[in-house]
Design a protein around this ligand. Structure first.
Ligand code: ATP
Ligand code: MG
Length: 390
């Protein structure tokens, strides 16, 4: 176990459970990540102990999902989910089961899990339980359903998306029979809430290989449109991993309207608004000057500017070296591109006798000047400009 650098809190938690006469196994995603040499985001323990016992063994336990046999043990500030060995109860409508049934062994618990690489467990002695060949699939970089893929996807359609998500995030291939079964059942995704679909989709899109989604999209599983022929979804992987950029690129490549798609997927409004704006931007010709770039990008948050420029480079094949140099200059010198960045405001103009609409018009004109010549953005100079020309 030592070589895996598992946090002491986790080891302590497992140790205490074992000292009380129960089994404790790290299980699921954390074992997968440890065997891949990655640091897991969280550690889940599967145990023979019922949650009531865990509540007695530890001082600080949060009853996070007691109905499903899960509690969260706090060791210091470190949360660890401990779940009693369980299998799923009856499935309705291809969704997660309403009930769970406790079982006696880790092997039975592992059999309910979705993919072989997620169906391994490890205990304190370093013993690995791997009844479905997860380790071999990890080496071959394969996402393979545990057991019969058709049955597993029919139990819970979210697994279809999870499969594509792991393919994207881990850069794995979906094993042939698993892929066929997933694509056969694409329409059952409609039973899953849009929020859960969107949650998985974001992870897929931000993965290292978002092009893994292509078969699912072309099977009609996500967007109304498929990917237009000749458009390469591999390009997505080169887009900076930011939600709105990658969604915009996906919609651009699939000729889908981002606002319609993202509304249907119940995406965060901010993401769909930004994606729609980015697509509009992608439809414009290349930037011809630094000033034009500032004007066109001023509606986007500055942290997206570089990504938008890079996205143009990837999707439109533009040479973006000059744009990047312009961007560096803008950021380094804090060049103004918004009204509120002007070194003058409406009150200054009122003092000069401006009224009503004229105030806004004058400020817009000044901004136009300053966008072209940032060195003019000093109160004295701006006031002089107003007096002379406006
Ligand atoms: P992540 O890196 O996103 O946390 P994960 O594999 O840990 O990936 P979780 O959603 O945290 O995913 O689930 C933990 C484990 O529970 C999985 O590894 C898998 O064994 C099992 N699991 C989760 N969701 C399902 C599901 N829908 N069907 C079957 N097993 C599942
Ligand atoms: Mg997890």
């Amino acid at each position: 176990m030592d070589r895996y650098h598992i946090p002491l809190s986790v080891l302590e938690c497992m140790n205490r459970i074992e000292q009380n006469g129960y089994e404790a196994w790290l299980a699921g995603g954390c074992v997968r990540d440890l065997l891949r040499g990655e640091t897991p985001e969280d550690y889940d323990i599967a145990s023979s102990a019922p949650p009531e016992k865990i509540l007695k063994i530890f001082d600080r336990v949060i009853e996070t999902g007691i109905r499903h046999g899960t509690v969260t043990v706090m060791i210091g500030d470190f949360p660890i989910e401990v779940t009693r060995f369980r299998v799923d109860g009856e499935y309705r409508d291809h969704r997660h089961p309403e009930t769970v049934i406790p079982v006696d062994s880790i092997e039975e618990d592992l059999a309910r899990r979705d993919f072989t690489v997620n169906a391994m467990a490890m205990n304190l002695t370093g013993e690995l339980k791997d009844p479905f060949g997860g380790r071999a699939d990890l080496k071959s970089k394969l996402v393979r359903a545990v057991g019969d893929p058709d049955t597993r996807f029919s139990e819970d359609a979210l697994r279809i998306l999870r499969g594509f998500r792991f393919a994207s995030v881990l850069e794995y291939t979906i094993e042939e029979k698993t892929l066929e079964a997933a694509l056969r059942r694409v329409e059952t995704l409609s039973n899953i809430s849009a929020e859960r679909i969107f949650g998985e989709l974001i992870k897929c899109m931000l993965g290292a290989a978002p092009q893994s989604l292509e078969p699912l999209i072309n099977a009609g599983g996500l967007l109304s449109a498929g990917i237009s022929s000749g458009r390469k979804l591999e390009l997505l992987a080169k887009i900076p991993p930011e939600c709105s950029l990658r969604f915009a690129a996906l919609c651009y490549l699939s000729d889908a309207n981002p606002e319609t798609v993202l509304r249907r997927l119940k995406s965060d409004k901010q993401i769909s608004k930004l994606s729609a704006g980015i697509i509009n931007e992608l439809r414009l010709p290349a930037f011809v000057s630094k000033a034009e770039m500032k004007t066109r990008l001023s509606g986007f948050p500055p942290q997206l500017w570089k990504g938008i420029i890079e996205t143009r480079g990837v999707l439109l094949g533009e040479d973006i070296a000059e744009c990047k140099a312009w961007l560096t200059a803008i950021m380094d010198h804090n060049e103004p591109y918004l009204l509120r960045m002007l070194d003058i405001d409406g009150f200054d103009l009122i003092k000069l006798g401006f009224k009503g609409e004229k105030i806004g018009e004058a400020l817009e004109k000044l901004l136009g000047e300053v966008i072209v010549s940032p060195e003019l953005n000093r109160k004295k100079i701006l006031l002089r400009l107003v007096e002379k020309h406006l």
